[in-house]
Design a protein around this ligand. Structure first.
Ligand SMILES: [Zn+2]
Ligand SMILES: [Zn+2]
Length: 563
């Protein structure tokens, strides 16, 4: 739907849609909607670093465009409380003050984070079904089902165009809280007219329907009923429904429940306070007191379902957990599937558990986890109800976005009405069509390492990679620049390069080579200073060592002063 040329028409009004993160990647979802000089932000999430991002804790979206246009920002609306949608909010609030809107549980999870960062902000709690406005944006939150309670989609109206943003969803007809997706409202919205839909593409490659959360409950019921030992169940702390189901089953089979892991404790406390989790009187025991409970009367719900090395389950597997010592006969259930990229760490933990004689149940063995995202048939239902004029696939890697576009085409949408954007592009939309502009906003991966935000760039990562691959070599030497007299060294110190004891010959050859380089440099250039010697050492030793070992450690000459 390209714009028609009509020079006589007054300046067109547009709604600009600018994705900053979440396209061609799973993670750090953030989309900006800009109309009439006003911006609202949909979600502000983080992603976890790729393997080559050594030492990086998390990755957050690029806030450059928002900082440049800070006076336009009117608010941030949150679809749900998962990290890839709320995880970067503290970092945004450190740069800008933004008012938040979201459901009770989503904002509760945000406020937990803000407390950790010692931040505060204005947060407006909204409910599914509620209509509200922010500046010129008229917004309606619509109940969505997902793997966390209290998720919503947003129907957003501006005079230029209307948008439906699904957020993360699956169509679960039997969710644990009995609050299914509001399909009739979606149909109403479709009838009112949606110019463009932005929809979750995570499971676009999977045919059929995602199974209901209820199925997990049935499988777990069977397992807990039959179990005669202590049960440890690892799951995502944010999956409050799953936690609720486990609590109910524990009670049903006469067991008490306890939780382990900081995020599990936090979420269970918050969700109980807000009324999303109901733990019957007397069913809960403190983890410290759980050892007094007979094994077959206890269920421990824990973090660490992704094999995270610092999480409670990994600590249990490695005998490093203060309150839980695993023993032969215990049963550990992974009620989750590994997020892509975590398969190795998960199977590492599974193997360690097997070695202990623990009975392990994981996704390969039973239906103990279902996805929170819509498969192909559910996506078709969403498209058919919303009937958007135009479509932009979001929340997915490249292959997911492509497949989702194909699904839209199969349903009869014209290819020219499907817009395939990259992070940082802008789509200008109005009732008659849309036009894409590439690279309008900066949308880099901003790396967070400890307290540093964005200070670790490619140069630092390259050095970390080199260090991790070939280690470090320090050449300590002292010479008198006046006379060229070498009074110390050269001394070779290595870290992560070779095992010193078995490589004394190599190291003594390297020492001789270093001495030769220093002497030659000082002889050919009597005015050679520390810099000249340093450069000569670095360059010539690098090729010497590479020739001998095929390795390139980082070489650092260190000069000792003459006293
Ligand atoms: Zn989600
Ligand atoms: Zn998500």
């Amino acid at each position: 739907m390209a714009f028609k040329n009509n020079k006589n028409r007054r300046a067109e009004e547009f709604l600009k849609i600018i994705p900053i993160g979440g396209l061609k990647e799973i993670g750090k979802n953030m989309t900006l909607l800009e109309y009439n000089g006003q911006i609202i932000i949909v979600d502000c999430g983080l992603s976890f670093p790729e393997d080559e991002m050594l030492g990086i804790d998390i990755v957050i979206p690029d806030f450059d465009y928002l900082i440049q246009n800070s006076e336009k920002i009117k608010g941030l609306i949150v679809t749900h409380g998962h990290e890839d949608h709320i995880g970067a909010i503290p970092y945004l609030l450190k740069e800008l003050s933004v008012e938040l809107y979201g459901t009770k549980l989503s904002l509760g999870l945000v406020s937990n984070k803000l407390k950790e960062h010692k931040l505060s902000c204005i947060a407006n709690v909204i409910e599914a079904g509620q209509k509200f406005s922010i500046g010129d944006f008229e917004i309606e939150a619509v109940r969505a089902t997902h793997s966390i309670a209290d998720a919503v989609s947003y129907y957003i109206k501006t005079p230029a165009a209307t948008v439906f943003h699904t957020g993360d969803f699956k169509i679960d007809f039997t969710p644990i809280d009995g609050d299914p997706m509001d399909l009739s409202r979606l149909a109403d919205i479709g009838r009112k007219g949606v110019d463009i839909m932005l929809a979750d593409s995570t499971n676009a490659l999977r045919p059929g329907f995602t199974k209901s959360e209820q199925l997990v409950g049935e499988t777990l019921d069977g397992i807990i009923r039959e179990a005669e030992s202590r049960i440890i169940i690892a799951t995502f702390s944010s999956n409050v429904h799953r936690v609720q189901k486990i609590v109910e089953l524990a009670v049903k089979y006469g067991r008490k429940v306890t939780v382990s892991g900081r995020s599990m404790e936090n979420v269970v406390r918050l969700a109980s306070e807000l009324g999303y989790l109901n733990i019957p009187e007397g069913a809960y025991v403190d983890l410290k007191k759980a050892k007094n409970i007979p094994d077959k009367e206890l269920v421990i719900i824990t973090t660490g379902s992704q094999g995270e090395p610092m999480a409670a389950l990994s600590r249990m597997a490695n005998d490093e957990h203060r309150n839980v010592k695993l023993k032969k006969g215990d049963m550990v259930i992974f009620s989750s599937t590994p997020v892509p990229g975590n398969e190795k760490t998960v199977s590492g933990v599974v193997n360690t558990l097997y070695e202990k004689g623990v009975k392990v149940i994981y996704h390969d063995i039973a239906d103990i986890h279902v996805s929170g995202h819509a498969c192909q048939e559910e996506l078709k239902i969403m498209h058919s109800l919303i009937k958007p004029k135009m479509f932009m696939p979001v929340h997915g890697e490249y292959r997911h976005l492509v497949k989702h576009s194909q699904i839209a085409e199969e349903l009869g949408m014209k290819n020219e009405n499907i817009f395939f954007l990259s992070n940082g592009d802008q789509l200008s939309v109005n009732k008659r069509g849309a036009k894409k502009f590439a690279n309008v906003a900066k949308a880099d991966d901003i790396l967070v390492d400890g307290l540093g935000v964005g200070d670790v760039g490619n140069a630092v990562l390259k050095e970390r990679k080199q260090l991790s691959e070939a280690g470090l070599m320090v050449i300590a030497v002292g010479f008198d620049p006046g006379t060229g007299y070498i009074f110390h060294g050269p001394e070779i110190i290595t870290k992560g390069f070779v095992y010193v004891k078995e490589n004394e010959k190599l190291l003594s050859e390297t020492r001789d080579k270093a001495l030769e380089i220093i002497e030659k440099t000082l002889m050919t250039n009597p005015r050679a200073d520390v810099n000249a010697v340093s450069n000569a050492l670095r360059e010539q030793l690098r090729s010497f060592i590479f020739l001998k070992t095929k390795r390139s450690p980082i070489i650092i000459p260190v000069f000792i002063d003459y006293e």
